[in-house]
Every structure is written in structure tokens, then in C-alpha cells.
Design a protein around this ligand. Structure first.
Ligand SMILES: NC(=O)c1ccc[n+]([C@@H]2O[C@H](COP(=O)([O-])OP(=O)(O)OC[C@H]3O[C@@H](n4cnc5c(N)ncnc54)[C@H](O)[C@@H]3O)[C@@H](O)[C@H]2O)c1
Length: 337
């Protein structure tokens, strides 16, 4: 039986990397049908709205979306479309795997860290921000809730169990941000007791940055609040060679949106040289989410194999001479085999 997903190609390099990704998904023969939807600049031009209701309806209907990067125009009072999507569907878990791939310019090999970032609260609130009339004092608010902390920590432990991971590290700053970060840490300690089979440790965020750069092999699954997760997951992406290989999964109870962490890359849009791997890795996570774990693993293995044995096909950001389509074709050929 075929499963329909919402597909949002997005802006800039979005349509190029989405075409390559769908080509690989078709070659994988996973029985997916695509319901295309507009968002971002494309939607603003076509429908006069960055995020049309029809797009929200399609995501709600299919419950799973694969999304290209979106450009939120600077100025003009536009709210980030990505933040709006996360709020609208209460996509509380932002899961960002960082995995080493061969042939990348990276400091380490054999990195395999999943950052689970709380995606809806913490320091990323629209409300509670103010600037004094004289422009001298700015105030913003951090709000962590027991419910929000509990569900993200539980999500991280459940993910660890499902993926056969051994350890969860809760990252915090409870020594200084005593109430907000303290609540998160206390809840993490409580939830950890429900999972005695998974090792639990806690680490202050500044030390975590240093430890990640010096001894990344000590990390397995990291769970943390919104701002720390945003920063640490980019640090982890840097450990494995940059954003071209970083998928980002946004998971809620009623919907899930899978995307690349990188943006619409206007500097290379239309040149056919964008690396499709981050979106392909997001598609692999989407297949896991849909219960097609073998297909997801096959896709990751095909990416790895292409990067090892078909260097001519890979895109320039990874040191190759290939294009988005040659990279996509080489991966598609391998998933068929
Ligand atoms: N999830 C999203 O939709 C998302 C995320 C981040 C940024 N954005 C938006 O994207 C736009 C551009 O942002 P930016 O320039 O700061 O970041 P960016 O990630 O688009 O680009 C940063 C650099 O990385 C390169 N790059 C990015 N993706 C690449 C790929 N797949 N292959 C090869 N090179 C790649 C770009 O060429 C550029 O040099 C902004 O409007 C921003 O708001 C969207």
C-alpha cells in the first residue's frame, strides 16, 4: 500500500536537491506518493503568502512532510516559516544526527552522535522580549516547563532504546541558570531512572563544547534545551564536515517534518552543484519514522558507498567534480543494487 507524504521543494537550492532526493526514493522503491506543496518565496510569489493554508492542510492530512530549505525575507515583519511550522504542529523534538562519512574534510572519523533538541520553548520565545525606551537594556525570557522537559528527555531515551544506543547525556547550565536549566536537569534525572538499561550522565554546556571538540567519542545521544541544542548540533555537524551532511528531523505527536539543516544557499542556487546528502539523510530518517528502517539503512549505506567509491560523482563541497544530479544518480544506482 502506498503512503502519501507532503513534499515542499522550497527555495534556492531546494528544488534541485529535492529532485535528486525523490529520484533516489523512487529508485529505493519504497511505495511513496508525493503531494507537492508550496512554502517560502515560491509561495509568496504564487499565492501571496509565505505559508499558505493549503500547505498546512497537506502536512496535517499526510502527517509526514519532506521539506527543502525556505527563505524567510529579512525585514517586512515576516516571522520565520520554520519556527511557525514547529509551533503550528507542536514539533517538540528536533533530532539532528551527526555521522562521519568517508572522504570529507573532517577532524574526526567514526563520529555518530544524535542531538535531541527541545524545539518549542526555552530561550526561543517570541513573547517576553523587550528593549527599554532609551535602547540601553534588552530583556528576553527563558521558559522551560516540566511537561516540555519531560517529553523531550523521554523522547531521547525512547530513541536510544529504539536505535540500540548506550548512553544519554543531558546538557544544561543549571549551575548559573538555576531555575530554567535546573528544572530541565531535575526532570532529566527523574526520567533517566525509568531507563536503567541506558547509561545517563549530565554535563554543563560549556564543558560539553570542549569535550565534543577533544573527545567526541564519549557522546552517543545528547538531550538538551532549545538554544543549547541549536548550537551544539551545529558544532557536531562541524565535527563531521559541515552542514552538507546534516539532516534535521522535527517530530511532534501529530506530524513530523524532515529537512536538511542548511538553508537555501542563494550563492549556489541554480548552478546544479548543491550537495543533496543532508536532505537524503533526512529522507532516510523519514523512512525510519515510517517503519521502513531497512530502506533507511540501505539509503545511508548507498550514500557512504558513493562517497567512498565514486568520488567523481560527488559535489564540489565534498571535494568532487560532480553535480547535484550526478551525485543523486550515483546514489540511486546503488540503492537499486
Ligand atoms: N531549514 C531552513 O529552511 C533554513 C535553515 C537555515 C537557513 N535558512 C534560510 O536560508 C537562507 C540562506 O541562509 P545562509 O546563507 O545563512 O545559510 P545556508 O545554509 O543557505 O548557506 C551557508 C553556506 O553553505 C553552503 N551550502 C548550504 N547548503 C549547501 C549544500 N547543500 N551544498 C553545498 N553547499 C551548501 C552555501 O552555499 C553557503 O556558502 C536564509 O534566507 C535563511 O533564512 C533556511
Amino acid at each position: 500500500m502506498s503512503k502519501t507524504i507532503a513534499v515542499i521543494p522550497g527555495d534556492g537550492i531546494g528544488p534541485e536537491i529535492m529532485t535528486a532526493t525523490l529520484r533516489v526514493l523512487d529508485a529505493l522503491d519504497c511505495g511513496l506518493a508525493y503531494d507537492f506543496a508550496d512554502a517560502g518565496m515560491v509561495a509568496l510569489e504564487k499565492h501571496g503568502d509565505l505559508l499558505p493554508k493549503a500547505t498546512l492542510d497537506k502536512i496535517a492530512e499526510h502527517k509526514v512532510a519532506l521539506k527543502g530549505p525556505l527563505t524567510t525575507p529579512i525585514g517586512g515583519g515576516f516571522t520565520s516559516i520554520n519556527v511557525t511550522l514547529r509551533r503550528h504542529f507542536d514539533l517538540y523534538a528536533n533530532v539532528r544526527p551527526a555521522i562521519s562519512f568517508p572522504g570529507t574534510k573532517a577532524r574526526f572519523e567514526n563520529i555518530d552522535i544524535i542531538t535531541v533538541r527541545e524545539n518549542t520553548e526555552g530561550a526561543y520565545l517570541a513573547e517576553g522580549q523587550s528593549l527599554s525606551d532609551d535602547g540601553q537594556t534588552a530583556i528576553s525570557m527563558i521558559r522551560n516547563t516540566r511537561k516540555g522537559s519531560e517529553r523531550i528527555v523521554r523522547y531521547a531515551f525512547e530513541l536510544a532504546v529504539k536505535k540500540g544506543r548506550k548512553k544519554v547525556t543531558a546538557v544544561h547550565k543549571a549551575n548559573i541558570i538555576k531555575t530554567a536549566s535546573g528544572l530541565f536537569l531535575n526532570v532529566a534525572r527523574e526520567v533517566a531512572k525509568e531507563y536503567p538499561q541506558i547509561e545517563f550522565n549530565e554535563m554543563i554546556v560549556d564543558n560539553t563544547c570542549m569535550q565534543l571538540v577533544m573527545k567526541p567519542e564519549q557522546f552517543d545521544v545528547i538531550v538538551t534545551t532549545n538554544l543549547f541544542g541549536d548550537i551544539l548540533s551545529d558544532l557536531c555537524a562541524g565535527l563531521v564536515g559541515g552542514l552538507g551532511l546534516a539532516p534535521g528531523d522535527n517530530i511532534g505527536e501529530g506530524a513530523a517534518i524532515f529537512e536538511a539543516v542548511h538553508g537555501s544557499a542563494p550563492d549556489i542556487a541554480g548552478k546544479g552543484i548543491a550537495n543533496p546528502c543532508a536532505l537524503l539523510l533526512a529522507a532516510a530518517d523519514m523512512l525510519d519514522h515510517l517503519g521502513m528502517v531497512e530502506k533507511g539503512d540501505k539509503l545511508r549505506a548507498a550514500i557512504r558507498d558513493t562517497m567512498t567509491h565514486d568520488r567523481d560523482s560527488v559535489t564540489p563541497d565534498l571535494g568532487g567534480k560532480g553535480s547535484t544530479s550526478s551525485f543523486g544518480e550515483a546514489i540511486a544506482k546503488r540503492v537499486k543494487g
